[in-house]
Ligand binder design. Structure first.
Ligand code: AMP
Length: 128
């Protein structure tokens, strides 16, 4: 069910549990700022999620409250993951869902990293 992406952080969300090691994940990268792991329901040949280590609900929350060092460290990590997965050539897509209209389901800020094949048009809006 989509979440608002605003309000109180829920430490029981599934990505908080993955960060704490309470539930397993297929980790592909980790540093001081970020953890990357395979999406459980991949939408592309390569579909990795990158999450910050801090407790932020959404992109709105992260960009409002995280320090400059956290923001820089996180987005550098996204670039490093893409490079380590050899996605820079022929390319990849990064996507973030924020709030209900975007269909955000997990209330811990995350970036989807897609690659491994041609990804099609940027956006498809159903029901229009
Ligand atoms: P979003 O709709 O942007 O919030 O995306 C949430 C993503 O988290 C979806 O692509 C799910 O497949 C993925 N997901 C949910 N639970 C897990 C999990 N335990 N391990 C890995 N990915 C998950």
């Amino acid at each position: 069910m989509p979440v608002k992406g605003l309000g109180e952080y829920d430490p029981q969300n599934v990505f908080a549990k993955i960060l704490r090691g309470d539930i397993p994940s297929k980790r592909v990268y980790e540093d001081e700022w970020a953890l990357a792991f395979q999406d459980i329901n991949p939408q592309a040949p390569i579909h990795v999620l990158v999450i910050p280590k801090g407790a932020y609900i959404s992109l709105a929350d992260f960009t409002a409250k995280a320090t400059d060092a956290e923001i820089a460290g996180f987005y550098r990590a996204v670039g490093k993951v893409a490079k380590e997965l050899e996605l820079e050539d022929p390319g990849y897509r990064v996507l973030t869902n924020m709030g209900v209209h975007a269909g955000q389901e997990v209330p811990h800020f995350h970036v989807h990293l897609f690659g491994g094949g041609y990804l099609g048009p940027m956006l498809q809006i159903s029901g229009r």
